[in-house]
Design a protein around this ligand. Structure first.
Ligand code: HEC
Ligand code: HEC
Ligand code: HEC
Ligand code: HEC
Ligand code: HEC
Length: 409
């Protein structure tokens, strides 16, 4: 998520602190009712954590590692998912440290109250920068590191929830197909709110899916948690199960991690003629389509984009022409966060990009076309000091074509 870097923040902060101290001092000598800060209850779901959970009967802890003692494959899949990185992620940590990041950032990244050091009970004057906090005695720092852990999705009302309520488990299980549906995904993957003028949550994967052609046909789970038949615990017999890789962009969160991804784009390489005349401009059409994603592409974080790069080289290897096209959103974050452009591809949308060039001489030229998928740009990565081990993009497509330019005779 993009957060504005407000330079004057620290000044504002110390002013507010000074005022707060003054008011607190004055209040010692009797405050009238209307001068007391008014504590607002938490209203939006992302302002709250999932309430504290006791360890379900039959289990020793809520930790993924411990679930993994029996659910070996689920654990191995989840462990390399981006969900398992939702806390450790360098970019998340960098943004969380900024004063402009309110307490509520953590509610979708470490969703269980058990993962959070403080319990937030309300907001002073409804201000998200002034949460009323108390220490959480049940805080588990190990569970926090697991990010969106098994229990974040599977433990509610102090019990495991599952798709069938299997009677074979050594732990309590309650069947809950309402919670374990696309609604669970949408509860985090759809937030569109102006938190403050400079801080806007803007990712609408759920809305994009609802208003697109896949609605009623295929949901988040069908594509991101594919069905399989297997044992979910060794020795218990095969049953319907779902892969837990949660594949997405496939751009890993660190260069030592591997990530499983999906590909949404269908690429139509250009039809290249045998020869092109030297005096005409040539126009090479490159078509791409959002064939497989149930939402727009890119989706989610507004900093994501795709680049389509054309590069033409002559026989000596010298670059004679280039062109770059970008698919993504553009935002202005100051003074008020505002989306200024958005050419994301809708589901099933097809788009043609044309590379034009006027040849000056004859000969063989090589046209390289690539499509790359980017998590964020170099500038933001540097600003956030993400270092050299934070992969910023991956390659979707690469093609090379020989363009033969001939004389007119
Ligand atoms: C001691 C072994 C063991 C541990 C530890 C364990 N489970 Fe299970 N779990 C099982 C068995 C056995 C089943 C039933 C297998 C079957 O139905 O084929 C099961 C079933 C499930 C189901 C499917 C329920 C359904 O509705 O079909 C879920 C979900 C689940 N466990 C989640 C978890 C989570 C999350 C953890 C960790 C917090 C965990 N389990 C820890 C053994 C274990
Ligand atoms: C508790 C909130 C939460 C829930 C519930 C949740 N997600 Fe996520 N998801 C996240 C966050 C946060 C990230 C990004 C973590 C990061 O980048 O550090 C993420 C990342 C992903 C990614 C990877 C994006 C990429 O980088 O390519 C996919 C795919 C995904 N989620 C799909 C799902 C699906 C499908 C469901 C429902 C079964 C789901 N999520 C449920 C919060 C959630
Ligand atoms: C018809 C299949 C399909 C459905 C339905 C679907 N997705 Fe996706 N999703 C994809 C594919 C394919 C990609 C990989 C896109 C790419 O090439 O980067 C993807 C990518 C993502 C990403 C990574 C973001 C990015 O820009 O790379 C997230 C997050 C995500 N999906 C979440 C969801 C959620 C949440 C839902 C339900 C509201 C959902 N998806 C529904 C197929 C689907
Ligand atoms: C982002 C949410 C999410 C996380 C994290 C998650 N699960 Fe699940 N899990 C689901 C959903 C949703 C289903 C049900 C899928 C269905 O039935 O359509 C499910 C199903 C299961 C099942 C039933 C069998 C199956 O494969 O359908 C087991 C067992 C299970 N999960 C174990 C785990 C374990 C163990 C972890 C952690 C290592 C974990 N899950 C992490 C969402 C999650
Ligand atoms: C409503 C739930 C929610 C809240 C609240 C939330 N996030 Fe996220 N965050 C997500 C989801 C979902 C993703 C994954 C988006 C995607 O991949 O499409 C994500 C991804 C991220 C990423 C990784 C972006 C990338 O491209 O990989 C960062 C960094 C981040 N969030 C920071 C923050 C900060 C800072 C805050 C507080 C201002 C915050 N988040 C609050 C749900 C949330």
């Amino acid at each position: 998520m993009k957060i504005l870097k407000i330079k004057i923040e620290s000044v504002k902060f110390s002013l507010i602190t000074a005022i707060a101290f003054l008011t607190a001092g004055a209040c010692l000598y009797g405050c009238r009712e209307e001068e007391k800060p008014h504590v607002h209850p938490l209203t939006h779901h992302w302002e709250k954590a999932v309430p504290l959970q006791k360890v379900p009967k039959g289990l020793a802890s809520l930790r993924a590692k411990d679930c993994g003692a029996c659910h070996v494959t689920h654990y191995e899949e989840w462990k390399i998912s981006t969900h398992a990185q939702a806390w450790n992620d360098l970019q998340f940590q960098a943004e969380l440290k900024k004063e402009s990041s309110p307490y509520l950032c953590i509610n979708c990244h470490i969703p269980l109250q058990n993962q959070q050091e403080f319990i937030v009970t309300g907001l002073i004057d409804g201000d998200i920068y002034k949460p009323v906090k108390k220490k959480n005695r049940h805080f588990d720092p190990e569970l926090k590191k697991e990010g969106i852990t098994c229990a974040g999705c599977h433990v509610r009302n102090n019990t495991i929830i599952g798709p069938t309520g299997s009677p074979n488990a050594p732990h309590e299980v309650v069947k809950d197909t309402v919670h374990l549906s696309e609604q669970l995904c949408i509860s985090c993957h759809n937030a569109s709110a102006v938190v403050t003028p400079e801080l806007v949550c803007s990712f609408e994967t759920g809305d994009e899916w609802r208003s697109g052609p896949y609605y009623g046909e295929q949901n988040c789970l069908n594509c991101h948690m594919v069905d399989t038949v297997r044992e979910i615990v060794a020795g218990y017999g095969k049953r319907l199960s779902h892969l837990h890789y949660f594949p997405g962009s496939g751009i890993p969160k660190f260069d030592t991690l591997k990530a499983v991804g999906l590909n949404g784009l269908e690429i139509f390489p250009p039809g290249i003629k045998e020869k092109y005349p030297a005096n005409d401009s040539l126009a090479i059409e490159f078509k791409i389509k959002n064939e497989h994603a149930g939402h727009r592409l890119p989706t989610g974080d507004p900093e994501r984009f795709f680049l389509i790069t054309f590069e033409l080289k002559d026989e000596t290897g010298e670059v004679v022409a280039t062109k770059e096209e970008r698919i993504g959103e553009r935002w202005e974050w100051w003074p008020v966060a505002k989306k200024i452009a958005d050419n994301n591809l809708n589901p099933k949308e097809e788009r043609t990009y044309t590379f034009t060039w006027k040849p000056l001489g004859t000969g063989n030229y090589t046209l390289r076309i690539s499509v790359t998928r980017h998590r964020l740009n170099e500038e933001s990565a540097q600003y956030n000091k993400l270092g050299d081990h934070y992969p910023l993009f991956n390659t979707v497509y690469e093609g090379q074509f020989i363009i033969n330019i001939v004389g007119n005779s």
